[in-house]
Design a protein. Sequence first.
Length: 354
Amino acid sequence: MAFTCVACQSRFSLAEKHRDHYKTDWHRYNLKRKVAELPPIDEKEFNQRLLTHLERKAEPKAEGISICNVCKKHFSSTLTFENHLKSKKHVELAAKKPKINAEPKKTLDTAENIEIDDDDDDDEEWEDLADEPPLTVDECLFCSFKSDNVIENLKHMTTEHSFFVPDVEYLADLEGLIKYLAEKVSCGNMCLWCNEKGKAFHTTKSVQRHMLDKGHNKIYFESESLCEFVDFYDYSASHPDNNNENGDEEVDIDVLDDESYELVLPSGATIGHRSLMRYYKQNIPPPRSGQHRSKKLAPVLAHYRALGWSHTPQEVAQRNARDVKYLQNLRAKKLMQQGIRNNKLQKHIHTQKR
């Protein structure tokens, strides 16, 4: 049985070593880094930092602490103090208090001299976490493997990491979904299963390691999280009335014009009869070719079936379809309300004619 320290991300084979680890300075240091939302460091790096710190502490100090009387700050080095004197904030405060002397005051380096200002953010204590490049659709979400295309990448994630796309037969935008998940992992450093409820991560590698260790290499695809994925799925094929051929018959515009079903205004705008409201109020989505989608997903579906996957049960698909439709209507309602509020804030200025 392995014992794990979450703060240091290390494992121990014996319980005694695990308990002794909690008493070490390395563990306490990583706990402080966790509070500061910084990633943990290994024992080797900690020992190196400790050695450097002890060497610096043993060096004799030729000068004391520099104090800025304007900003009421203390500086441990002359260079840091000189940089502070050139800062915009100090110049503004100095202009408001011209009578105060801003020359450094030398003090003894004792325990009483606290509140040392670390504006320089010492590299030994704080790490500069550079922005990592986001993952692409042909890069694995859980490891460093890179495929030739998104289909091969999906096959790799399924075979190596048991990752399956839920309701894949209703997926309308495969590349868009994988791109969204890649940005969620690499830019947001977020676990696909924990979402925002789990532990916070600061690097792509740390969240990938978490998903592999915890078995979280899957999408949290429940009712409360479907709003994330409504743009990537099309459940129209699961609707019971999907095959209704008389739902929306094509209307001959020429006949409508002859029967005075339309009124053309002088501005060119056209007003339709209320009996045709069902046609004018249609919000038809962009055409999605079912055959094109099926051909694109055919290799993925074949690979899933070879691994023992079966189609999503009809009742589950219909339940998800109802949830997705509800979320889409709710979002449309919120957007309309937001638009109405924005219209109230709009200032209409009419130019006066002379």
